[in-house]
Design a binder for this molecule. Structure first.
Ligand code: ADP
Length: 396
């Protein structure tokens, strides 16, 4: 049974076709610059050369048409006909409170998604465009929506409610939702397997450290707290996002003459590691500048590590203990120096890293020493596979 996974952004579309009999990726690709000049779709299948389609793609439907033609192409295709696609899983950013798990998409789900779009105006409308375009092209194929927020719907009210007037929650649904849920769910399950334990018996902290970053406290397999909030701006320092700051900074800047849109842009695009270092939002550049003695680059990384350490401390308190800490995503999977710096701040958990294991890359590994009191792991995330698994289990 083949499942097509679609991740639609406002001007991009990522896809993977997976054979779920062995969870093998048959083909994957990315369409960029949809709706603007210079549209291009890059398609690749294991063992074959990458193919580039440089042609106008005014809409997501055009990109989908090209990718579907690529999938069945006699030369670089991987299936004979589109009938071999049994289901489509759509990555959907915000499910609000309406969706506590992945769902089969029907007219009712689409209506609810439109209502929730107010909470994620940059992401959900693009996801909906992708869903509608796919439905037009594959009208008989079942489609599933998999939400970034759903895994966190198990948080208790004391974790998700902001201490604002209660009517703001009632009127506008202002609360913590959290994101990266598909990733936190995937890596926490893989971590339990790696530890040889049942997830129901574990207290885990998942650290998704990419360009966007969030931590999640996973108690007995369920999210009980996470660092992102109503939006993905909250929590840790990120590549370009500030994470948690004193909210009074916003009216302070407004009184200095900054427009609200300008403040929003500063906090989302000009802050974080980029804003502090003045070097780059990419951790590789910032690490290399810090190694050459750039003090602001060093400060940006110190803040980054400090916030991960203190948030881990918070979640140890929230769960009254921790059995395992997971590092995942771009920085979490690749930067042994960042993992070391973070673990240096966690000696109170009896953590000892194994330097040889910590230098490995690309595979799920325990990187703590055998006599470490807490297990530390690197688990490569795979949101597409998680989406495909959820899709399969719902349409079966
Ligand atoms: P996202 O999906 O949020 O865009 P990723 O999970 O792909 O991000 O992470 C991308 C980030 O990972 C890059 O910005 C880069 O800073 C960081 N990264 C990737 N490889 C390394 C590395 N070897 N060392 C340090 N940081 C890395």
């Amino acid at each position: 049974m083949n499942v097509l996974v679609i991740n639609c952004g406002s001007s991009s579309l990522k896809y993977q076709l997976l054979d779920m009999s062995n969870e093998e990726v048959l083909a994957k690709g990315l369409a960029e610059r949809i709706g603007i000049d210079g549209s291009v779709l890059t398609h690749e299948a294991p063992g074959q050369d990458k193919v580039k389609f440089e042609q106008p793609m005014p809409s997501h439907k055009d990109a989908l048409n090209i990718l579907m033609a690529a999938l069945v192409d006699p030369n670089h295709g991987v299936i004979k006909s589109l009938d071999e696609i049994s289901a489509v899983g759509h990555r959907t950013v915000h499910g609000g409170e309406a969706f506590t798990d992945s769902v089969i998409i029907d007219a009712d789900v689409i209506n609810q998604l439109e209502v929730v779009s107010e909470l994620a105006p940059l992401h959900n409308p693009a996801n909906l465009i992708g869903i509608r375009a796919c439905q037009e092209l594959l009208p008989t194929v079942p489609m599933v929506a998999v939400f970034d927020t759903a895994f966190h719907q198990t948080m208790p009210a004391k974790a998700y409610m902001y201490p604002l007037p209660y009517e703001l929650y009632e009127k506008y649904k202002i609360r913590k939702y959290g994101f990266h849920g598909t990733s936190h769910k995937f890596v926490s399950r893989e971590a339990a397997d790696l530890m040889g334990k049942k997830i129901e018996d574990l207290k885990l902290i998942s650290c998704h450290l990419g360009n966007g970053a969030s931590l999640c406290a996973v108690l007995n397999g369920k999210s009980v707290d996470t660092s992102m909030g109503l939006t993905p701006l909250a929590g840790l320092e990120m590549g370009t996002r500030c994470g948690d700051i004193d909210p009074a900074i916003i009216p302070f800047l407004a009184n200095k003459g900054y427009a609200i849109d300008e403040i929003d842009n500063i906090m989302n695009k000009k802050s974080g590691v980029l804003g502090v270092s003045g070097v780059s939002s990419d951790f590789r550049d910032v690490e290399s500048a810090a190694n050459k003695g750039n003090q602001r680059a060093k400060l940006a990384l110190d803040i980054y590590h400090y916030r991960v350490i203190t948030t881990i401390g918070e979640y140890v308190a929230a769960m009254n203990g921790v059995d395992g800490i997971i590092f995942t995503a771009g920085l979490g999977e690749n930067s042994s120096t960042s993992r070391q710096a973070i673990c240096n701040g966690l000696k109170f958990l009896g953590i000892k890293l194994d330097p040889v294991a910590n230098s490995k890359r690309g595979e799920a590994t325990i990187i703590s020493d055998k006599d470490s009191k807490t297990t530390v792991m690197v688990i490569p995330t795979n949101e597409e596979l998680m989406i495909a698994r959820d899709t399969l289990s719902l349409v079966k």
